[in-house]
Unconditional design. Structure first.
Length: 307
């Protein structure tokens, strides 16, 4: 049928890749590396949205390693925290544990790739289903509590994306809160007017001031569950859609050489404006997984080109 996707399999650096493609879009994951999204390509324009370090190869980390020692390719799911922290006597690793664990995979259904992982840092089962139709990638999430106790958790989508000349962000907010930044005088918790908090900074154009620099911000009170990257030169667009009742916060990360010398950015739908689950739980801002309970959420990524 028109718009339906087909599944393909390939390999890179000794790792299996499983993907979906239509005539417009291709997406591929690496099951052995937390089912990270390694490729997200607009086949019409040729743009690959996912970033990878220059000369970077895929390899497997040990659970508990710092995220900056990882391959840092593409998009990962951060769960049950982003920043390393401790809660209820359990140490939670940097950027959660999913990215460093192999996932079970099921692609027996023609147009869906399903993955599953039983967490060790949380008594829970994490499931994800990726489907593709036309130019829209739909990602459905399910987290099931395997215990008789309640547990706070925090999930964030973590897509590291390439920066190309002409890229601009369209985010439906008036201001953002600072998590961390290299801009002189910036402190955690500061409120920045979006998109120009001070002269010389143009956040919508991925400009965080004099290089090298970086900024991590959170947007809340979202006018809609939508954020977009568009390129004024090529016409490429990538639109993130989500339900703000499920995901009421949006992380925004930009580095222009300020973090490990890298240049990339990320748009991160999440459940709370915190990197640390400890801090989110203390603020009563994170969701609670009820005993034997299940919670679900969804995001969609639409790739199109106006050029």
């Amino acid at each position: 049928m028109p718009g339906e996707s087909s599944i393909f399999q390939s390999a890179l650096d000794g790792f299996e890749l499983v993907g979906l493609r239509t005539d417009r879009v291709e997406i591929a994951i690496v099951p052995q590396l937390g089912a990270k999204i390694l490729r997200l390509k607009n086949r019409c324009s040729g743009r690959e949205w996912m970033w990878r370090p220059e000369g970077g190869r895929l390899f497997r980390n040990r659970p508990g390693d710092p995220f900056e020692t990882s391959t840092m390719n593409g998009a990962d799911d951060c769960l049950p925290t982003v920043a390393a922290c401790e809660i209820a006597g359990r140490a939670l690793p940097d950027h959660g544990e999913v990215w460093s664990r192999p996932c079970e995979i099921d692609h027996s259904q023609q147009n869906v790739i399903r993955t599953r992982l039983d967490l060790s840092s949380l008594p829970a089962r994490f499931e994800r289903a990726i489907s593709l139709r036309d130019q829209v990638v739909r990602i459905d999430y399910r987290l099931a509590n395997l215990s008789d106790d309640s547990h706070p958790f925090l999930w964030a989508f973590h897509p590291l994306m390439k920066i190309e000349a002409g890229d601009e962000l369209d985010v439906p907010v008036n201001d953002v809160s600072v998590e961390s930044a290299t801009l002189s005088g910036a402190r955690q918790g500061d409120r920045w007017v979006w998109p120009t908090p001070v002269a010389g900074v143009e956040l919508q154009r991925l400009n965080v001031g004099s290089p090298p620099g970086y900024a991590k911000m959170f947007a809340t009170s979202l006018a809609s569950g939508r954020a977009e990257v568009f390129n004024s030169i090529t016409g490429d667009r990538l639109t993130f859609s989500f339900d703000p009742a499920e995901l009421p916060a949006l992380g925004i990360w930009i580095t222009r050489g300020g973090w490990n010398g890298y240049h990339h950015f990320a748009i991160e739908p999440t459940q709370a404006p915190f990197d640390s689950l400890t801090d989110a739980a203390a603020a009563k801002a994170c969701p609670i997984l009820k005993p034997r309970g299940v919670t679900t959420w969804r995001i969609e990524l639409e790739l199109h080109c106006d050029g």
